[in-house]
Design a protein around this ligand. Sequence first.
Ligand code: ADP
Ligand code: MG
Length: 218
Amino acid sequence: MLVELEGVEKAYGEGAERQPVLRGISLTLDRGESLAITGESGSGKSTLLHLIGLLDAPDVGQIVLNGEIVSAMNDKERAVRRRTHIGLVFQQFNLIPSLTVARNIALQARLARRLDHDWIETLVNRLGLSQFQSRYPEQLSGGQQQRVAIARALAARPELILADEPTGNLDEETSADVLALLLELCQNTSIALIMATHSMQAADRLSRRVHLSHGRLS
Ligand code: ADP
Ligand code: MG
């Protein structure tokens, strides 16, 4: 098992303002598996991905990644696991504006000490980015930026990709292309994928689907 969540709860705010978002989430994901998380806007999809992605810690419950209990770790310990095990893809692309495409792609792999030039070349070619390597993010279309973000997420060969509405800022045709590339690359490399989306059409392309509503999964 790659990911295991047991009784995970998360709330935001203090006192009377306290708002529970996740109320008892249990979930498992095998190596290489793909899982879609659907749910309306505000249902807690991003909150759940932030917990699995070790960007935040649950209030209650346990998260196990690769056999390690990560939910009890401090920020620094979590950051080390995140760097080596997880690749993140966001709706807003989140590329570093001052770095070229090539440097954006390589940065995290370098930090994780997993830089593999042959693998990056394979990714760049498959994602159709070879002619853009010396450009800056603002010189690219949305679809191109998201392909750079996918290359970056896969560059360190993580076990898990977390994609939060990865096609939410793209037009329909570009969305289909980007999603197909993401799924193909994950499948061919046996990298597990968890994708939050409100598109049922996108969710249907993944091997499993769960729905988040009122803080619970069904
Ligand atoms: P989704 O990704 O499904 O749209 P989110 O996880 O972003 O949902 O948000 C779930 C709920 O938690 C929303 O009501 C949102 O306003 C609230 N929320 C999310 N992040 C924060 C935060 N950092 N501080 C306070 N409330 C938050
Ligand atoms: Mg969200």
